[in-house]
Design a protein around this ligand. Sequence first.
Ligand code: COA
Length: 335
Amino acid sequence: MPLRSRIAGTGMSVGNRVVTNADLTQWMDTSEEWIEQRTGIKERRWIDETQRPSTLAAEATYQALEQAGLEVGDIDCILLATLSGEHDFPGTSFFLHEEIEAGDIPCIDLRAQCSGFLYALQMGDALIRTGTHRRVLVVGAEVHSTGLDVSTEGRDVTVIFGDGAGATLLEAIDVDDDGPGVLEVRCHAAGKHARRLWTEGPSSARMPRIDEKMLEEKKHFPHMEGRFVFKHAVTRMPEVLLETLGAASLKLQDVDLFLFHQANLRINEAVAQRLEIPKEKVRNNIQRLGNCSAGALPILLAEASREGSLQPGQLVSLTAFGSGFTWASAVLRWG
Ligand code: COA
């Protein structure tokens, strides 16, 4: 019998510090109203000195294992998506591996920025469908706060980011057409726009990788052409969402819950409006958590499953857009 993957457990963890819009006004020339009106964000969570990307990821992992009724020893492989590596090398997945004492199973970091979780989901699903592994931990983990310009110069980027990780435990099951599981995942990229949302340094393409001049020019902070990103996001997200549903022979009306990447509430409102998706079918948490990049979608999924707003048999559509550019969508049947 062919195999399919289902999400057996979810978990999440966010930074311990609540950073409100009012807090940001102390460091930069901005206003609570500007941030909330343009982005929908009221507060975000940033890590404190006791937290690291891998400890956020570990906490989310333990919750996912508990929900699945499994133990660390049951995991066959770890895929971790992040744009904010804990160190230059090795990847954050290795520090998660250490944190949860994962024996000698393989682990892989995947870099597809805000679409990273869906890229990792597609790969985890493929590893299961091919019979390579039976249980794959798929994590999105991000710590932005330690790399943001909190002065007025960085205000366009800094106000949107939060720290958080989400984990899902993928498990092999036999294919049953109406049964639960990941039905389709579609991923895309446009590297020609890589420099429109990026952090230039440190860079292995230059010697030294970072110097005083680059620090002065703030090249170690993320830079974004906000409007350009916005325009592409509201076009690409509906496109890939419909492509993915079509590939699964599903219609928009079949979907019970839509989860969008949490970059800007206005982007998600525009996407929902374009597709005529009713508000009650969309779940957002950016108001509380900001943009946790690769962590955003698995955190949303974990919140929805913990609150009981996901019933077995329901169809969930997940869609993201991010730096790279990358964009991706998945549809799965919960259960
Ligand atoms: N507070 C106050 N003013 C701000 C500000 C802030 N935090 N950030 C930018 N501004 C100012 C700008 O300096 C500019 O001022 P000017 O007109 O005097 O030059 C003005 O607001 C408009 O700037 P702009 O960047 O055009 O704003 P915007 O309406 O496009 O909103 C974003 C900025 C970041 C909210 C918006 O572009 C966005 O959400 N883009 C997509 C973000 C995204 O999806 N990122 C992907 C992450 S995965």
